[in-house]
Design a protein around this ligand. Structure first.
Ligand SMILES: [Ca+2]
Length: 246
């Protein structure tokens, strides 16, 4: 895993200077961006200014219940798909956070795939991207500086996982930063055609998606969507978000 994370970090630094630069310059998208055409067509600009989400209809949202939940650090997860991108927004408590991992039910069929993270969700794929550097100290690994989310994409196989798309290829992301009341947030735009092709579902019209937040030890500290213990005891499932592709 160490090797994987090092590669992701290096690729993120090279590939997404344009996105970070954009944020530092106050959201002005002109001035020699590496991919001006892509950004100008997107419904969401990955600049750390979240006001563009408010104007959209059709955003799917999962929020963490106030109490009585297993994991408390992941507060809000939003997804919005347009013709080019699958946009995500994550609000979370940053302490001990290392990685965000979305899981995808690619065939929109909960009876196929894996169920260990979401009971009954049946997911076939995931992506893994860290949002903080890891710093090795005498006392173990600690959280370093925040960085843009730039995941590797994996397909589940019979024996494990297979990487189908490397970091640096398909995602623009803002660098996580303080948001409100102790939470941090970031937004990212996933190139839809590239990722769906890599997963072999380029003609898909709908899939489901959920997100995990992992700490420095890769223990889960956040999950959205999630239910309270009381809801789960009452038999309610925790379905992932349904993403409809325009
Ligand atoms: Ca499935």
């Amino acid at each position: 895993m160490k090797k994987l994370m090092a590669f992701a970090a290096a690729a993120a630094m090279i590939a997404f200077s344009a996105c970070e630069k954009n944020g530092n310059e106050g959201g002005n998208n002109n001035g020699g961006s590496d991919e001006p055409e892509i950004e100008s067509n997107a419904a969401i600009q990955c600049d750390g200014d979240y006001s563009d989400w408010e104007a959209l209809e059709g955003v799917v949202v999962a929020t963490c219940p106030a109490d009585d939940v297993l994991y408390e650090q992941f507060k809000t997860f939003k997804v919005y798909a347009d013709e080019e991108f699958i946009h995500i927004f994550c609000e979370f408590i940053p302490e001990e956070t290392l990685v965000f991992v979305p899981y995808f039910d690619l065939d929109n069929d909960p009876s196929t795939g894996n169920n260990s993270k979401w009971s009954g969700a049946g997911y076939e794929a995931k992506a893994e991207g860290s949002v903080f550097e890891e710093i090795e100290t005498e006392d173990g690994t600690v959280q370093g500086a925040a960085k843009a989310w730039d995941p590797n994409f994996y397909h589940y196989t019979d024996s494990g996982t297979e990487k189908v798309l490397a970091s640096g290829m398909a995602v623009l992301s803002s660098v996580p930063a303080p948001y409100k009341n102790g939470t941090w947030a970031f937004e990212a735009s996933i190139l839809r055609e590239l990722v769906l092709d890599a997963y072999g579902i380029s003609g898909a019209t709908q899939f489901t998606m959920g997100m995990y937040q992992y700490d420095l030890n890769w223990s889960c500290i956040g999950q959205l969507p999630c239910k309270t213990f009381a809801q789960k005891e009452a038999g309610e499932l925790e379905p992932m978000l349904t993403i409809t592709l325009p």
